[in-house]
Design a protein around this ligand. Sequence first.
Ligand SMILES: [Zn+2]
Length: 69
Amino acid sequence: MVNFVCVGCRENERIPLSVVRDFDDMDAGDREVPLQFVCEACGSGMYPEYYKGIHGYEFRIEDRLGART
Ligand SMILES: [Zn+2]
């Protein structure tokens, strides 16, 4: 499972890794942009707390949260 965190309200949601990888695979042309879901509570983007993409990039939620402060 991959833990996704909302940048708006910090809501957490666990997404099965197989689902995340399917999305990642479809998004192959835009590999620098992290996977994103929309928070059902506040409508902000939800990003993976930590995720290493199938194309090799790594993403950490700290990077995204830090950029907003
Ligand atoms: Zn939210």
